[in-house]
Ligand binder design. Structure first.
Ligand code: SAM
Length: 721
């Protein structure tokens, strides 16, 4: 076991072993010496005739034992250029020889045996720290050197998409966790006991770890920008530290890459996400409408499983994609953040003397992690093993397993944006059922919208495109050279090209859309076709607080909102939105808005109820999405599409009409529909030029110019802040 520590240091130079990258991480040389000091202090020094190898080492290599006197400050361990790495290796050999003499003479029995076991388990913990600390150190080096380049070729992920996430249900009840004092020969740390009863409500546990691809979805949904999912402390920290992705991730032109002990490589979409803090793990779970498991739930689920997985030695020292069925990856790959704070089990008593400082005094302000990681030595952990770190720490191999409360009707295979679930539940519970139109745009919905734009009867796209072409030179003149264009609801960014071709002096383009499947390829295509532009896509909801990419910095801004998407807001909300856009672009900024005009009712209704049924599919796709993502049970043949013009409100309304009396389950909730009852899914307000101008002015904009196409009428407004 001691030889393994030396092997871990073998790929490292003396310089690698001496440097310290941050206060939390220690130099490898210090780990080598400290684990040796531990045996010298707690075992060899029990003999009053023992002479320490070097009396100064007690000060240099004591970690945190107050009862053993003062010590080198932790953040200054990297300043210990002496003793040399060679001297530390010699120290290890001398102590090993002395230990062999002690163990050879008396054998390990009673208290000495316990201390030797503790010393060995302690050294295994430092073996993992050697790997995580050296990873952090090498990551600071601009040359990005690999700890072991040979690792890069081992176990390359060979599956292209993650296995779908499923949830395993556990009944709960009164269960026991922890290790009893008389558990037998197997070593365990004092914090794992005493064994005790815990009451668990029914719960569900994800069958595998969260993957990088799923984490990307969180990032693309603006997870790092949405305070509603974050604990307050985590939010403040994530903002002040500028967290946009897990530690070691770096954005490149082609996607994300990460740094591991194998060096830099593109992230593996199906591999478990790692190097996330508790705060991030918790925010991610909330965004999915789920939570992290408690440590009691985790231990209950793991208790009877073999302790096998991707640990150090056997594995490539990075988390690997899961394969198979049933609950997997509980052991190895990543430590799993639990929702439990690190506190003593009922009846916990720290040991007498200095070793009593080992665990007990850290039982505050930390969270428990379970299961071991790809850097944990094999045979080190068990189902009852309690690791703990502060919620902000990210440099360990820490990952995420989702959990949820169990329920009678939990189907549990989908993972869900928490906002969608809430809005659907609220909307279907109201007297006039409704669902916000922004939920039309999953991947299928975005594709269907593109198909609508091709329809003969859907005049808005055709007329607005022609109008934009005609007035593009005027619009280009209004956009400051070197400025940025920010587009809301950009979809496929097709109309944008008209502006970008005319305004050649623009420096940046930021498309903002709720649909990741639309915005990402559109942004890639614009970046390819307009290579001079900085393209900064934002997957986000423009009905919430708007946050622009920092790369737009102080560029002068023009906002663009085509497609009459502004008509989806009721007029008061439209004015509010326009006021927010005004403060976003700032003084001197401009706003180009495309707005559909009131016209003959027949023309209007035909555009939203086409003979080919594409708008119908678009509308009913919302039910398909609810079925898929929220466990809904809508029978699509029992619902119809309806578009009407509400003259009083001057708006097209889209509804989904129930064709019979029926009760529909969504997850565990049921909703009754009377025959003819509707779900109101979209409004599309129609304006006169004067009415829209008045609305814009109410929002603080000044109208520079407006162009109104003749029948079927559509207008483009140029506004100035
Ligand atoms: C009517 S389409 C217009 C698309 C395109 N701008 C055009 O003119 O053809 C509305 C677009 O806005 C996006 N969208 C709808 N609600 C949104 C919201 N709340 N936040 C961000 N994007 C949204 C949709 O994904 C879709 O791409």
């Amino acid at each position: 076991m001691r030889a393994r520590t030396k092997r871990l240091a073998a790929p490292l130079s003396a310089e690698d072993q001496t440097a310290q990258s941050m206060p939390d991480a220690s130099p490898v040389k210090w780990h080598l010496a400290h684990t040796t000091w531990f045996f010298e202090t707690f075992v060899l020094a029990r003999d009053p005739t023992y002479r320490p190898v070097d009396p100064t080492y007690g000060f240099l290599f004591n970690s945190y034992y107050e009862s053993l006197g003062p010590r080198q400050a932790r953040p200054a361990r990297g300043l210990l250029t002496r003793p040399s790495a060679d001297a530390v290796f010699a120290y290890r050999e001398q102590v090993d020889e002395a230990m062999e003499r002690v163990l050879g003479a008396t054998g390990a029995e009673g208290e000495v045996a316990d201390l030797v076991s503790l010393g060995l388990a302690h050294e295994e913990q430092h073996q993992e720290l050697i790997l995580t600390d050296v990873l952090h150190l090498l990551a600071q080096n601009p040359l990005q050197p690999a700890y072991d380049p040979g690792l890069a070729i081992t176990a390359k992920a060979d599956i292209a998409s993650p296995e779908p996430l499923s949830f395993i249900s556990f009944q709960g009840g009164l269960v026991e966790i922890g290790v009893s004092a008389n558990a037998g020969a197997q070593f365990h740390f004092d914090n794992e006991g005493p064994r005790h009863q815990v009451y668990l409500r029914p719960f569900r546990l994800a069958d595998r770890l969260t993957t990088n691809q799923e984490w990307l979805e969180f990032m693309e949904a603006g997870g790092y920008d949405r305070a509603e999912f974050w604990l307050s402390e985590g939010w403040t920290l994530a903002r002040s530290e500028g967290w946009r992705a897990p530690l070691y991730w770096r954005a490149t032109g082609e996607g994300w890459e990460t740094f591991s002990l194998a060096g830099t490589a593109p992230i593996e979409p199906c591999a478990p996400v790692t190097h996330v803090s508790y705060y991030e793990a918790d925010a991610y779970a909330r965004w999915r409408g789920l939570r992290l498991a408690t440590e009691a739930e985790w231990e209950h689920a793991a208790a009877n499983l073999p302790v096998a997985g991707n640990f150090a030695d056997e594995g490539p020292l990075r988390p690997q994609p899961s394969r198979g069925a049933g609950v997997r990856q509980l052991f190895g790959d990543c430590w799993e953040w639990t929702a439990s704070s690190y506190s003593p089990y009922p009846g916990f008593m720290p040991a007498q003397g200095a070793v009593g400082e080992y665990n007990g005094k850290f039982m505050i302000n930390q969270m428990v992690l379970r299961g071991g990681s790809c850097a944990t030595p094999p045979n080190h952990v068990s189902a009852s093993y309690r690791n703990f770190f502060h919620p902000h720490q990210r440099w360990q191999f820490s990952g995420v397993r989702l959990a949820s409360d169990g329920s009678a009707r939990a189907s549990g295979t989908a993972i869900v944006d928490a906002g969608f679930r809430q809005d659907v539940m609220d909307g279907l519970s109201a007297p006039q059922k409704s669902v916000p139109s922004k939920y039309f745009y999953d991947a299928a919905g975005s594709a269907l919208f593109e198909a609508i734009c091709e329809l003969e009867v859907y005049y808005p796209t055709r007329v607005e495109t022609a109008l934009l072409r005609a007035v593009a030179p005027d619009l280009a003149n209004a956009m400051p050279s070197g400025g940025a264009l920010i587009e809301f609801g950009s979809g496929s960014s097709v109309k944008t090209r008209i502006l970008l071709e005319a305004a050649t002096a623009l420096r940046a383009y930021a498309p903002v859309d709720i649909s990741a499947s639309a915005v990402q390829p559109a942004a890639d295509a614009i970046a390819r076709d307009f290579p001079h532009l900085l393209v900064a896509p934002v997957v986000g909801d423009f009905t919430r607080r708007l946050v622009l990419p920092p790369s737009l910095g102080s560029l002068r801004k023009t906002a663009f909102f085509p497609g009459s998407t502004i008509g989806n807001f009721p007029p008061a909300a439209a004015a509010e939105f326009m006021a927010r856009v005004r403060s976003l672009v700032g003084e001197g900024g401009a706003f180009i808005v495309g707005v559909d005009m009131v016209k003959d009712e027949k023309v209007l209704v035909a555009a939203y109820d086409d003979p080919e049924g594409v708008t119908r599919d678009f509308n009913l796709n919302l039910l398909r999405r609810i079925n898929r993502e929220l466990g809904g049970e809508f029978d699509l043949s029992a619902f119809a599409h309806r578009a009407i013009f509400n003259t009083e409100e001057s708006r097209i309304e889209m509804h989904i009409v129930s064709l019979r009396d029926q009760v529909v389950f969504v997850g565990s909730r049921s909703f009754a529909f009377a025959r003819g009852e509707t779900i109101h899914t979209e409004n599309s307000y129609k304006y006169t030029p004067e009415r829209f101008q008045a609305l814009a002015e109410k929002a603080g904009w000044r109208m520079v110019r407006r162009w109104v196409a003749p029948q079927p009428s559509f207008a483009v407004f140029l506004l100035s802040a």
